[in-house]
Design a protein around this ligand. Sequence first.
Ligand SMILES: [Zn+2]
Ligand SMILES: [Zn+2]
Length: 117
Amino acid sequence: MLNQRPICKTCNKNHAAINYKRDGVTHYRSICDECGRKKQKQKPHKANWTKSGYKKKATCDLCGFKSLFVTQITVFHIDGNLEHIEHTNLRSICLNCVEVVKKKEVTWRRGDLQIAY
Ligand SMILES: [Zn+2]
Ligand SMILES: [Zn+2]
């Protein structure tokens, strides 16, 4: 029996790319080669708050921890809305405090979460 080659889910135009063949059966990806390449080229998602001109602080807004590396600090939106990029809605939080925030502050949301493709 022939395994039908699906149409790309992204462009609805091209045939889906071949994923692998096993036991004489061809398995396909859900998207075509073209869209697969485009996907890879996509720039990493930039956090919304960067548009507001907000600069991530080197010290934690909660405990005053001085970071050596920017990755030690995470920007949070305290009302939980990633669209609200007013500086008053943003806090620079160290990784230590992130754990506290996650348990205590129900509305706070990380502003730099990557979009899962
Ligand atoms: Zn496609
Ligand atoms: Zn802290």
